[in-house]
Write a protein that binds this ligand. Structure first.
Ligand code: UD1
Ligand code: CA
Length: 489
């Protein structure tokens, strides 16, 4: 990337305040259960890799854990293990393989050696399908456990219709007694009015867990080892069990079906958009704007929906993104991006005009005051400051200097069927319309190419090149005209 643009990007890197506000829980390990098949998703993809906006479900939980844990993160994967592993390569994370998915309790048993080895006093366990859980939720649970000197704790929700959630039974004094899974729940035995359910987020004193973990059995409707049986086992052992009720908290709902995924995605989407608006970004038609969690936007920037802005995109203060644009992993200065532009892995400088209907593919750099107009595709190329490519062009593997003018319909022929080759267009060059530049080729500074040319050789500085058949004018030879004349006669 050009140094000027690198500097622009660096100057514009904004402080991500949220990442810097860390909660400390360095005496705990965190375990994410993510081995299940996710049958109800009706998809071959492991459930936890399904995307919410531009990131897999797991990403959100792991980001939250990053914000609270200096110490150990463990992930149990099984179904689609290799795919999960691949998507986690850049993370400091210990993976445990659960070869057979015999239940959430079995997943915890499989992870036990890693938990024990961590030597940490506390353990948090989180269902991998609850991506909106916040650092505050997790810290509150841990604090509660520590304050009460409890052996086990979990977060509960209040739900008028508990559906497939595990129901929480409490003793007369309020201490949790058991979690009964939906398929095992019998109102006649367990009570008719149970509206408190298990969120799938637990905390344990590690030493206490060791005493009960391997007492789990699969004596239930699903013949699985349930993590939830630990509540009744702990109660039976006389351990202290505590439950924190989060009320009606939609963020803590699990994702088991496409419908649930879309509802949670919508919550994240709306929250991200509102956060940007609060920070001073003008987001119009905000319900149709999708912005990934890793995107940074300077105050005063304007985005009009529908829009999709993803990845590590940075939009500078003062930039304007018109409706129907897609932008991914790009840096955009104080530019004006007109409607229907598609921009990926590109860098766009200040005072530039992009689109409408521009396509910037990976490696496009557009320097300040340059213009890229409608139906122009640019790939792996640099467009110098003040240069213009306003209509109907393909520019690939090309370097363009300052103040050049690339005429309508200019195509860089960068591929010979085997290899890609580079084109160079110097400062002040004027390329006439409908020109083919057959790479490798160089148009030196201040040269000019006549419209309709096919340029196969370099053009030297200051010269004019025309490479097209000479025009012939044949006087009185219009065959149609001659035909009409003979008809008249
Ligand atoms: C689970 C709880 C239920 C709770 C609900 C909250 C159990 C038995 N039930 O039910 O009480 O109300 O979450 O959302 O825990 N997994 C594994 N290995 C397995 C099975 C599952 O790692 O062998 C993982 C899954 O990938 C998933 C998580 O554990 O991320 C929860 O499993 P899931 O099947 O979704 O449990 P629920 O039926 O939702
Ligand atoms: Ca679930």
């Amino acid at each position: 990337m050009n140094q000027l643009l690198v500097n622009m990007v660096r100057d514009r890197e904004m402080e991500d305040n949220e990442k810097t506000s860390r909660h400390e829980a360095s005496d705990a390990a965190a375990l994410v259960l993510a081995a299940g098949k996710g049958t109800r998703m009706h998809s071959p993809l492991p459930k936890v890799l399904h995307q919410l906006l531009d990131k897999p479900m797991l990403w959100y939980i792991l980001e939250t854990l990053d914000r609270i844990f200096a110490s150990r993160q463990i992930l149990v994967a099984g179904h689609g293990y290799e795919q999960v592993k691949q998507s986690m390569v850049s993370r400091k994370l210990e993976l445990v393989y659960q070869s057979q998915q015999l239940g959430t309790g079995h997943a915890l048993q499989e992870a036990w050696p890693a938990v024990k080895e961590s030597g940490l006093e506390w353990l948090l366990v989180i269902n991998g399908d609850t991506p909106l859980v916040s650092a505050e939720h997790l810290c509150t649970l841990l604090e509660h456990l520590k304050n009460q000197d409890a052996d086990m704790g979990f977060i509960t929700l209040s739900m008028p219709d508990p559906g497939s959630y595990g129901r929480v039974l409490r003793q007369a004094g309020g201490e949790p007694l058991a979690i009964i899974e939906a398929k095992d729940f019998d109102p006649a035995t367990h009570g008719h009015d149970v509206y408190e359910v298990n969120s799938g987020i637990y905390a344990f004193k590690t030493l206490s867990l060791q005493r009960i973990l391997f007492q789990l059995d699969a004596d239930n409707a699903q013949k699985e080892f349930y993590i939830t049986q630990l509540v009744s086992l702990a109660a039976r052992e006389g351990m202290r069990v505590t439950a924190v009720n989060a009320g009606d908290c939609p963020e803590l709902l699990g994702i088991n079906t496409p419908g649930e995924l879309l509802r949670q995605e919508e919550r994240i989407r709306a929250a991200i958009v509102d956060k940007h608006i609060e920070k001073g970004v003008y987001i119009r038609t905000k319900d149709s704007v999708r912005i990934g969690a890793g995107v940074q936007i300077g105050p005063g920037a304007e985005v009009t929906g529908p829009a999709e802005i993803y990845g590590r995109t940075r939009l500078a203060s003062g930039c304007r993104i018109a409706s129907n644009c897609y932008i991914q992993d790009s840096f955009i200065g104080e530019a004006h991006v007109f409607s229907f532009s598609h921009i990926e892995k590109s860098v766009i400088g200040d005072k530039t005009k992009i689109g409408p209907f521009a396509r910037l593919r990976p490696g496009a750099e557009v320097h300040e005051k340059a213009a890229v107009g409608n139906f122009v595709e640019i790939k792996n190329s640099s467009v110098g400051s003040g240069s213009k490519i306003n209509h109907l062009s393909y520019i690939g593997d090309t370097w363009i200097g300052r103040s050049a003018n690339v005429g309508a319909g200019t195509i860089t022929c960068n591929y010979d069927g085997r290899e890609k080759h580079r084109t160079t267009i110097g400062d002040g060059v004027f390329v006439g319309s409908n020109t083919a530049l057959v790479a490798p080729v160089c148009l030196h500074k201040n040269s000019m190419v006549g419209a309709g040319s096919t340029i196969t050789r370099d053009v030297s500085e200051g010269s004019l090149s025309i490479a097209r058949a000479r025009q012939k004018n044949l006087e009185g030879k219009n065959p149609l005209k001659n035909l009409k004349d003979s008809n008249k006669a």
